[in-house]
Write a protein that binds this ligand. Structure first.
Ligand code: ADP
Length: 511
């Protein structure tokens, strides 16, 4: 009996010791531990619990465990507690805990039964830990992924990803829009199935081997077939994503729809071809025309000479047999022939202003002008012209043609003089990309209505008796200036003198 009593006391002390040991283990756990009775009222909390909720163990005893959960979670946790009480297994839970009046934290933990040695329910045990930080990161990650997905799908560019077997994993909205498919129709399909036969062959034979070797391809020209059968041109650039072992995981490709550009390029090529053809035709027609005018005017000269000689014979040999009327008519015929000779001569001059720019060299326009002034010296004196000039540049061109240009403009300035003191001023101006030369007179001026017409061949504004001429001088000027890649025009008003302008492009060295 005594022995029994002793062993009972020993047993009790051993039990207490074990209890203390368990308690100290529970207190030292980093997790929150709460033990509750069948009504879910707390009967034990560990030190971590007290520290976490900033409370004394005694003040929470007999409080319902549910008070420590966020109010939105309480019903769910109560039903879990009931399930555990009824011996239904609960594995892993995530929930929100009310750490303080203002702060709710995310936790994960377990609920389980506590049983005595006779397998009777003693209470329930809650072990929990704060996972707010992990949750925050997960949430961040999820949001980032969502944002990326959103960006990926909504990006205004055609984008697709394929897995290691070449099947489509994802595509952007623009991709679907461009090819006319629904997302569900293309996910899982081999990406090459969307290429034209020719592009597929090119992909298999050229692009893919290169891609698997380098992990990147750029601006690959492919043709893709839309759902409705139409073909679009794209330029594809792709990069491979590999795992830590260097194995291909997926590929991200960006595609540029260049159908519009390709069409425009083709159109441009076609137009350029047509333009080239047009230029060739134009050049041929021009040559034919020039040689026709030359031959025609040249050939007209000999019958004209014959008419002249015949008229001369008539005038000399039949002088006495003709009456006054016949003499007058004869004189008019001689004049008309002379005029025709003049016209033909000018026409020949016009056709002979050649295109040969091989003979071009640097020409000082001041030298050219001096030569012209020398040639016109007598005329200038006779008419009392005052001719001045300044800043004439050096240009590249044909010396003879440029001389003709100045000569025609100056003789016109002299011919169409008006003022008491007729003057002509010639001036050069540097306009950075071109030289501009102006020839201004104080002569009779030109009605602005005709300022374009006078540059056409045989266009004159006066009769032969008012001012002699053939109407070809300015046409020759225009031809010369245009052969030198410049422009010519006139600014004038009747009675207010005229200024003729012409330009020469400046070469890189300023000539
Ligand atoms: P032409 O001098 O032989 O008539 P042009 O071709 O040189 O032929 O000139 C065409 C016409 O332009 C002239 O008939 C004249 O009416 C007008 N014109 C040319 N230069 C001047 C000028 N400096 N002042 C007034 N009119 C001019």
């Amino acid at each position: 009996m005594k022995t029994d009593a002793l062993s009972e006391a020993q047993e009790l002390s051993l039990l207490r010791q074990t209890n203390r040991l368990y308690e100290s283990i529970l207190h030292s756990l980093p997790n929150l531990v709460g033990i509750m009775d069948a009504n879910f009222c707390l009967t034990f909390v560990n030190a971590t619990f007290c520290q976490y909720f900033n409370c004394e163990a005694e003040t929470v005893m007999q409080k319902s465990i549910l008070e420590f959960f966020a109010s939105s979670e309480q019903e769910r946790i109560r039903s879990h507690l009931e399930s555990v009480k009824d011996n239904l297994p609960i594995e892993y839970l995530e929930y929100q805990v009310l750490q303080s009046a203002e702060y709710t934290a995310w936790h994960e933990g377990t609920l389980s039964q506590l049983k005595d040695e006779k397998d009777q329910l003693m209470g329930l045990q809650w072990i929990s830990r704060d996972v707010s930080e992990r949750k925050r990161k997960e949430e961040q990650l999820r949001k980032n992924e969502e944002r990326f997905q959103e960006l990926y799908e909504r990006t205004p560019v055609m984008v697709h990803s394929i897995d290691q077997s070449g099947r489509i994993l994802s595509v952007s909205d623009r991709w679907l829009q461009a090819l006319g498919y629904e997302r569900s129709e293309v996910i899982g399909k081999p990406s090459t199935a969307l290429l034209t036969e020719e592009s597929r062959r090119y992909a298999k034979e050229v692009v893919l081997p290169l891609y698997f070797e380098k992990g990147v391809v750029q601006d690959v020209p492919y043709q893709m077939v839309k759902k409705n059968g139409d073909v679009i041109d794209v330029e594809l650039s792709a990069t491979a994503e590999r795992n830590e072992d260097g194995e291909f995981v997926r590929s991200l490709a960006v595609l540029l729809d260049v159908t519009g550009r390709k069409r425009a390029e083709a159109e441009l090529d076609r137009n350029a071809d047509q333009m080239q053809q047009y230029i060739v035709n134009l050049e041929r027609t021009n040559k034919e025309l020039a040689s026709f005018v030359y031959v025609a005017s040249h050939d007209l000269q000999s019958p004209l000479r014959a008419i002249s000689s015949l008229l001369q014979i008539l005038q000399i040999d039949y002088q006495d047999q003709l009456d006054q009327m016949a003499h007058d008519l004869m004189e008019r015929a001689v004049n008309a022939t002379a005029r025709m000779k003049e016209l033909i001569g000018d026409l020949l001059d016009y056709t002979q202003v050649g295109q040969d720019n091989q003979s071009w060299k640097a020409v000082d326009l001041e030298d050219v002008l001096s030569g012209v002034l020398e040639d016109l010296n007598d005329l200038i004196h006779e008419t009392g012209m005052r001719i001045t000039y300044s800043d004439l540049p050096q240009v590249r061109g044909d010396h003879h043609q440029l001389k003709q240009l100045f000569q025609n403009l100056l003789t016109n300035g002299i011919k169409f003089r008006d003022a008491q003191t007729p003057t002509i001023h010639i001036e050069g101006a540097d306009q950075s990309t071109e030289w501009q030369v102006s020839v201004s007179d104080n002569g009779i001026g030109i009605d602005p209505e005709y300022t374009e017409r006078i540059f056409e061949i045989f266009q004159r504004l006066h009769t032969q008796t008012e001012y002699p001429g053939t109407g070809i001088g300015l046409a020759i000027c225009k031809k010369i200036v245009e052969l030198h890649n410049g422009r010519i025009w006139v600014e004038s008003k009747l009675g207010e003198g005229s200024t003729f302008y012409f330009t020469f492009p400046q070469s890189i060295d300023g000539h």
